[in-house]
Design a protein around this ligand. Structure first.
Ligand code: PEP
Ligand code: MG
Length: 570
């Protein structure tokens, strides 16, 4: 089967097909008196399954992310055995004679609806836990596999892997990911690359055609998936794997060498981090700091918004780990591509052009304030910066800065320390931000270039939509002009500029990016050594001349051809 290679490497193992994201609807039917006992027994069994799943989730999230995060699922396990819920569901089955799925859905719905209207946040948090548990019990009844119970050595196959689902996968157990939907720049792909997990997406029909138990060989370089491959194919890939391993060993020799070009210019080489564990990887690969900490993944693995204290603890741990290196924390960047199960986004005619990132935070200022309080408190202890996602112009920055000032006033009044000079920067990922960059420079301390979104907005090609993938072209002349123009403005206005979009981590683009004027790259930890290898073979004078020549070219095909010729191999 063919697809798009989104995370390089070769993975082989036993297929494990995941059920549809979002869950199947609860079927409803009337039952006879004779069926009541059977339905009650199914209910009891489903409760047992939910409890076991939650215990596993608690242990694995606790190990990988932290004990406090693991405790979320311990609290949910209490909900599973809540006597009142259980009584109401059993009563519906017995007295109203409906099947257990319908009874669970009905009780959870009516129970949580009444909670939702109570202004007390503690009770509201309980409501979202109950919904989460209700979904889990329904999944157990419908035979939907809990995605965390993925067996050792599995290749996970799904129609779509949502980031919140991927964040829960036990990466140590998995050999590769295969999905039908999702593009190279989707968050799941980014997560896969950060874990060095081979992944192929856009494999149409995969979740129907592949059966759990099939042997799969995933080529995350060419974008191919072999189902029950022949011995000849297996042997060929064994040879390739040996070569890849040797290449990685050669890169490892770079670990202690500086990221300096042939002419002696030091290039900032930072890490992108999606979760706490990535900060360890960043240290392992000797990153200069974290250039982009995506805070949304920490939210995605919970059943409700974390409290200020919980956020402070998590952010502080990351910043302390990197100290004295800087961590750039991006404010919560929610949108159609990064959703939380407990925060439904308003219906939008066109989700990528709707309320996202800073727009959403400026509407839900209570979320913004809570995160800012946590971040500012961390700023008293460690060097951190605050990055605003999806900035379209100066108003977004001014409005946010006003709230930062108010929050600082509150902290001061409470006697809580913070760094009053904390650096505030803008993601440049909407074309308007590049075009008004000179004005934005008056409002921010630094820029971060997010090409993942910039490309989609310049070329009107949704980054998550496989059907327009051919139009999603990072090497389009329009994209390169914008990058070049932003680098010029950053230099003239002396605002530090880092590129944190995914092309920064692909050696294919390194010389061109340096030639266009970029001097700091933030990439997935696993990509650091490969990029450093490129940097050390580049002469900036030559890179500049090359980039100027590329800017003269009018078509993507021409640009791709000349760039491909220049890429150095070790
Ligand atoms: C980007 O848009 O390039 C970026 C780095 O942010 P994200 O991929 O999280 O949208
Ligand atoms: Mg973005």
């Amino acid at each position: 089967m063919r697809g798009t290679a989104v995370s390089p490497g070769i993975g082989r193992g036993t297929a494990y097909v995941l059920a549809t994201a979002g869950g199947a609807p609860a079927p409803r039917r009337e039952i006879s008196l004779a069926e009541v006992g059977g339905e009650l027994a199914r209910f009891e069994a489903a409760l047992g399954t939910a409890e076991r799943d939650l215990a596993a989730l608690r242990a694995s999230v606790g190990d990988r992310i932290g004990a406090p995060e693991g405790e979320i699922f311990a609290a949910q396990a209490l909900v599973v055995r809540d006597p009142m819920l259980k009584h109401q569901i059993s009563a519906l089955i017995r007295d109203h004679r409906i099947n257990v799925e319908a009874a669970v859905a009905e009780v959870v719905e009516s129970f949580t609806r009444s909670f939702d209207e109570i202004p007390d946040t503690y009770l509201r948090e309980r409501a979202s836990d109950i919904r989460d548990v209700g979904r889990r019990v329904l999944d157990a009844l419908l035979g939907v596999h809990e995605h965390l119970e993925v067996p050792e050595g599995a290749v996970v196959v799904a129609d779509e892997l949502l980031p919140s689902m991927t964040a829960r996968l036990e990466f140590g157990h998995i050999r590769a990911l295969v999905s039908e939907r999702g593009g190279r720049f989707s968050h799941t792909s980014i997560l896969a690359r950060s874990q060095g997990m081979p992944a192929v997406t856009g494999v149409s029909g995969a979740s129907r055609m592949v059966k759990t138990g099939d042997r799969l060989l995933v080529d995350g370089i060419a974008g191919a998936v072999f189902v029950n491959p022949s011995q000849a194919v297996e042997r060929e890939y064994e040879r390739l794997e040996t070569e890849i391993r040797a290449h990685k060993d050669r890169l490892r020799d770079n670990l202690d060498l500086p990221a300096v070009t042939l002419d002696g210019t030091t290039i900032g080489l930072l890490a992108n981090s999606n979760k706490l564990a990535d900060t360890e990887a960043a240290l392992l690969y000797k990153a200069d700091g974290i250039g982009l900490y995506r805070t949304e993944f920490a939210y995605a693995i919970r059943s409700d918004f974390p409290t200020e204290h919980e956020q402070f603890e998590l952010l502080e741990r990351a910043a302390a780990r990197l100290h004295p290196r800087r961590v750039v924390f991006r404010l919560l960047d929610l949108g159609a591509d990064k959703q939380l199960p407990y925060f439904p986004l308003p219906m939008a005619r066109n989700p990528s052009l709707a309320e996202r990132g800073i727009r959403l935070l400026l509407k839900h200022t209570e979320l913004l304030r809570r995160q800012l309080r946590a971040l500012l408190r961390v700023s008293a202890l460690h060097p951190i910066s605050i990055l605003l996602p999806m900035v379209s112009g100066v108003e977004d920055v001014r409005r946010t800065r006003n709230i930062v000032r108010e929050v600082q006033g509150e902290l001061r009044a409470e006697g809580l320390p913070f760094d009053p000079q904390v650096l505030i920067g803008a993601m440049v990922e909407i074309p308007s931000a590049v075009l008004v960059a000179r004005r934005l420079a008056d409002e921010v301390d630094f820029f971060s270039l997010g090409t993942n979104d910039l490309v989609q907005y310049v070329l009107a090609a949704d980054r998550e939509d496989e059907s327009v993938a051919p139009y999603y072209q990072p090497l389009h002349p329009a994209v390169l002009r914008l990058i070049s123009s932003l680098a010029d403005v950053a230099k003239e206005t002396r605002r530090p500029l880092t590129i944190c979009g995914d092309i920064a981590g692909d050696p294919f683009y390194t010389e061109l990016l340096l030639g266009l004027g970029l001097r700091a790259l933030s990439v997935a930890p696993g990509e650091i050594l490969g990029i450093k290898d490129q940097i050390r073979q580049i002469d900036l004078g030559e890179a500049r001349a090359f980039a100027q020549a590329v800017l003269e070219l009018g078509s993507v095909a021409e640009i791709e051809a000349v760039v491909a010729k220049r890429v150095r191999t070790t």
